[in-house]
Every structure is written in structure tokens, then in C-alpha cells.
Write a protein that binds this ligand. Structure first.
Ligand SMILES: [Zn+2]
Length: 344
């Protein structure tokens, strides 16, 4: 079968790899209908040291079950399923607490000996705990929105939930990428009364307004902080959803959070020290967030996607075939595409 590997910065290739097949009784084999490129894929695409050995890529996919192992129940060949961006048994103590990203028997897609989502098929470990059945046909128009259940929608939701977003909450979302826009959608769905979106790309912030942003702040850094404060009577917002992962973004987050409020970060941090100084201490600001246990949220978010109440698939603004996946990486890296859908 064909699958995507990365060999170094800017070096993404689609190659022949061993076919996905059952190895453990807890496995399933899924033929991929749709996958996509994640903003987090851009970090290795920008900086991975070159090597002779490639790593399999892709952690967001949905597809059709082709085969299930003898220990898997509740799934049969022909089911359309979505996979969260980590696999998990969904039964251990961490999973029971809704922290499938810490599953005692789980792991990452594309790890050694594990397939990635950007390919024709995937061997799914812990299939019963990992895969979620979708009541749709293989050609459903909802596939792009359903695919966001893999990562960006639950990640945006996790960001909003951990920051305590609810009715009467004011929110700042930092970042107009797919996760930031999903965080806007999640905050709106949770009833936030005001959502300020910080982003500079008009086409993206326009989608953010459609998703529920009430204000757009294009300024960055100190000017951005000042603008958010102006818009909020000098106070900042109760919740700040940091969906970028850079040091300037987290600094902005502490600049725009209201005293007693919470900063939640879901952007993969590209910094090692969090700038929580004495001033932040005096203001009783909480830092929360982290990698989203997507599996914990899929059941809750699925009905709104199926009913069309939310249309998170609008974040996909380009589709490529699997053989053109490198073009998709480039388009996202140079910001000519927001999020790229891959159709094998
Ligand atoms: Zn578990």
C-alpha cells in the first residue's frame, strides 16, 4: 500500500510500505477514506533533521473497517469509523477518567511499527477502544466535518472546557489556524457570550466570525494585548484559549486574561519555560490545557456534527490526493492553505 513518510525538513514522500494487516487480536484494519495534514505536522516539516529512515505521518483519519481481530467487538467490516489522534483501550483507569492520551495500553500513530493516517490503510491497535462508528455512508457529504473529530474539534473543545468556558464567560482565542477556529466553535457551542479572535488572516477570521467570534483583533504582541483590553473595559477576558504554541502567543495569553481567569494552551508548545511571573501570580491566573483526549469528547460532539448544527469541516480549504500530500504540507507551511484534506 501507499503511505506518507517524512525524511527531514521539507522532505515528505509517498512510498510503498507493507500492507496494513491484523497483528494482534485487538487490532482492526481500516481503509482510509479521508485524512488530513495537521498544524503539528508542520513542526517536523519545518525542522526535522534529515535521516535515511523515514517516519510514517498522519494522525487524523476516518475510513471503513475492513477486518477486525478476534478480541474486537462492536465493530464489523463495512463500518465507517473515525479514529482519535492517539489510540487507546478506553478501559484503563486513565481512560475511565477521560484521559485517553495517558492510556496505559495506548500510543501514537506513526510510531515505530504503527501505521500513520496519511496512507491507504491503517492497522488500528486497540480498535475497540479507539474507533468510533459513524452512522454515515462512505460517500457522505459530512466526511470532512466528521474527520475534525479526530483532532481539531476535540482539541478546540478541550481548550474551552479546561478554561471553564460557559454562559457569561468572555473568551479570547489566540490563533486563526484550524484549532483556533475550532476553539471559537467550541466556545460558542458552550455558550460563551463574547469571543474575541486574535488572528491576522482575513479569510480565516471571516470563518471565525461565522463560527461565532464576536470581535476580531488583528494586532499582535503589545498592540494586540492593548486592543483586547480596550475591547473589554481594560480587564481582559475570563478565558484565554491559546491555540498557537509559541512563546509570543503564551505571553499574549497572560496579557489578555482577566484577573482570576484561566489560560488554556493546546498549541504544541515550542518553548520550555512558561512566563508566569510574579505579576501573573498576583492576578490569580490559572494555566491549564494540554494535549486533548479527543476520544473522551467524540461521543458528545458527534450529534452536533451529524445534525449540521456545527460545520467544523469548513476549516478544510484544499483537497489533495495521497500522491500530492507533499503539496499539501507546503501549502499549509506557506499559509496558502488553512487545512488540507487528503483523499487517498
Ligand atoms: Zn486506557
Amino acid at each position: 500500500m501507499r503511505a506518507t513518510l517524512i525524511y527531514g525538513a521539507g522532505d515528505v514522500r509517498v512510498e510503498d510500505v507493507p500492507d496494513a494487516r491484523l497483528r494482534e487480536p485487538t487490532d482492526a484494519v481500516v481503509r482510509v477514506l479521508r485524512s488530513c495534514v495537521c498544524g503539528s505536522d508542520l513542526w517536523p516539516f519545518g525542522s526535522r533533521p534529515a535521516s535515511a529512515h523515514g517516519d510514517r505521518m498522519g494522525h487524523e483519519f476516518l475510513g471503513v473497517v475492513e477486518e477486525v481481530g478476534s478480541a474486537v467487538s462492536g465493530l464489523t467490516a463495512g463500518d465507517v469509523v473515525v479514529a482519535p489522534f492517539v489510540w487507546a483501550d478506553n478501559t484503563c483507569d486513565f481512560c475511565a477518567e477521560g484521559l485517553q492520551t495517558s492510556c496505559r495500553h495506548g500510543g501514537n500513530w506513526g510510531a515505530p511499527d504503527v501505521d500513520g493516517g496519511q496512507g491507504e490503510a491503517v492497522r488500528v491497535p486497540q480498535a475497540q477502544g479507539t474507533l468510533v462508528r459513524l452512522p454515515v455512508a462512505e460517500d457522505s457529504a459530512l466526511l470532512p466535518s466528521l474527520l475534525t473529530l479526530s483532532d481539531v474539534l476535540p482539541t478546540g473543545h478541550h481548550c474551552a472546557v479546561t478554561a471553564g468556558v460557559g454562559p457569561r464567560t468572555t473568551v479570547t482565542v489566540i490563533g486563526d489556524g484550524a484549532v483556533g477556529l475550532s476553539a471559537v466553535l467550541a466556545a460558542k457551542r458552550l455558550g460563551a457570550e463574547r469571543i474575541l479572535l486574535m488572528g491576522r488572516h482575513a479569510d480565516r477570521t471571516d470563518l471565525g466570525r461565522e463560527f461565532g467570534a464576536t470581535d476580531v483583533v488583528a494586532e499582535r504582541g503589545a498592540a494586540g494585548v492593548e486592543r483586547v483590553r480596550e475591547l473589554t473595559g481594560g480587564d481582559g477576558t475570563h478565558a484565554v484559549l491559546e491555540c498557537v504554541g509559541t512563546l509570543p502567543a503564551i505571553e499574549t495569553a497572560f496579557g489578555v486574561v482577566r484577573d482570576g481567569g484561566a489560560v488554556s494552551r493546546v498549541g504544541v508548545p515550542q518553548y520550555s519555560e512558561v512566563p508566569m511571573d510574579f505579576g501573573v501570580f498576583l492576578r490569580n491566573v490559572t494555566l491549564t490545557g494540554g494535549v486533548a483526549p479527543a476520544r473522551a469528547y467524540i461521543d458528545e460532539l458527534l450529534p452536533a456534527v451529524l445534525d449540521g448544527v456545527i460545520q467544523p469541516g469548513k476549516v478544510f480549504d484544499r483537497t489533495v490526493s495521497l500522491d500530492k500530500v507533499a503539496d499539501g504540507y507546503r501549502a499549509m507551511a506557506d499559509r496558502t492553505a488553512l487545512k488540507v484534506l487528503v483523499q487517498p
